[in-house]
Design a binder for this molecule. Structure first.
Ligand code: F6P
Length: 354
């Protein structure tokens, strides 16, 4: 078997794959000349750095670049602007997304996607880079199955809940924000000998809780990926009370099955009435702020790689980083799999909080 990649006219790349003299596939893929970039789903610090990388890489290769405003909602409405190198100046350090983002209900429908496609055709856009989470990639998958516009997914979400990459853009910044907040809570918890239950984001993933909880020395970390045995939590707290260990922090992921920080606090207060219990829900502060160096770096690498993929004719691909190397998987695989939390991490939590 051998691969022959051959450019005929300027507009076509022809892939011929021959096995034992038999032609098994002949795929004609249009050369990408105009790329649209959009951010979709919840914003994440570092999305701007990714937009910058996409626009600057495309411009470097002489491609025409466009920004689609408000994610898929803007694509359905035809909210599209031309972009050049200068459009992305002075944004690498900024949180949020200059393209704005949204969760579009219309794009879930075939008619919505058809409208979006018509707008892209009007602008001549023949390649898309989608920076977002798994919901955004499901949208991209549906779109690319129906229409001839290749899509590249770049993981931008604070939740880190996507397989095929060690990190997602925004996760590192969000965890650092959570760590700084929890350190501050520890000060006041210690001053009053109180138990604090801190709720962090993550939708139905526990990575922000796990990372921030370990990094702040929390006694318990409750996450959706593991069953919460509340009696064990109570037992542990009672034992620590006996040992006069007075600062207690419990980090709860918002998607945890017991019902989140308020429920956990109510239950504990009921069972340990002598404990002073307070709740702090960190909420959307975890989504804002200047991206960390790490997030800027992975955003730059992924944004650059996404454009390279389109140029090389690698279509409907998810761009991740595994073991510090670029890692590419088909978009449909990325939407099917979830990252898994290793038992070793759970053991670390148990041993270090004893
Ligand atoms: O996916 C990012 C995220 O911040 C989740 O952690 C959280 O559950 C959700 O978005 C909150 O969404 P919204 O900003 O729409 O309330």
């Amino acid at each position: 078997m051998f691969n022959l990649k051959m450019c005929t006219f300027d507009t076509f790349i022809i892939h011929l794959r021959l096995i034992a003299g038999n032609c098994v596939s002949l795929k004609m893929v249009k050369k990408v000349t105009k790329i649209g970039v959009l951010t979709s789903g919840g914003d994440a610090p570092g999305m701007n750095a990714a937009i910058r990388a996409v626009v600057r890489t495309g411009t470097y290769y002489g491609l025409e670049m466009f920004g689609v405003l408000r994610g898929y909602a803007g694509m359905v409405d035809g909210d599209i602007i031309p972009m050049e190198s200068k459009s992305v100046a002075n944004i690498i350090q900024r949180g949020g997304t200059i393209l704005k983002t949204a969760r579009s209900k219309e794009f879930y429908l075939k008619e919505g996607r058809q409208k979006a496609y018509n707008h892209l055709v009007k602008y001549g856009i023949n390649g898309l880079v989608i920076i977002g989470g798994d919901g955004s990639f499901r949208g991209a998958q549906a779109f690319s199955n129906e229409f001839d516009i290749p899509c590249i997914g770049v993981p931008g979400t604070i939740d880190k809940d996507i397989a095929g990459t060690d990190f997602t853009i925004g996760f590192d910044t969000a965890v650092n924000t959570a760590v700084q907040a929890i350190d501050k809570i520890r000060d006041t918890a210690e001053a009053h000998d109180r138990l604090f239950i801190i709720e962090v984001m993550g939708r139905d993933a526990g990575y922000i809780a796990l990372h921030s909880g370990i990094a702040t020395g929390a006694e318990n970390i409750l996450i959706p990926e593991r069953k919460t045995v509340i009696e064990d939590v109570i037992k542990g707290l009672a034992e620590k009370e006996r040992r006069e260990k007075l600062v207690n922090l419990i980090v709860v992921a918002e998607g945890e099955e017991f019902g989140g920080a308020n429920e956990v606090a109510r239950f504990i207060q009921d069972r340990l009435p002598q404990q002073e219990v307070r709740v702090c829900i960190l909420g959307h502060i975890q989504r804002g702020g200047s991206p960390s160096c790490f997030d800027r770096l992975i955003a730059s690498r992924m944004g650059y790689a996404a454009v390279e993929c389109l140029i090389e004719g690698r279509h409907n691909i998810f761009v991740g980083i595994l073991n510090n190397r670029m890692h590419y998987i088909p978009l449909n695989e990325a939407v099917k799999k979830k990252q898994r939390i290793s038992e070793e991490w759970m053991k670390i939590v148990k041993i270090l909080s004893s």
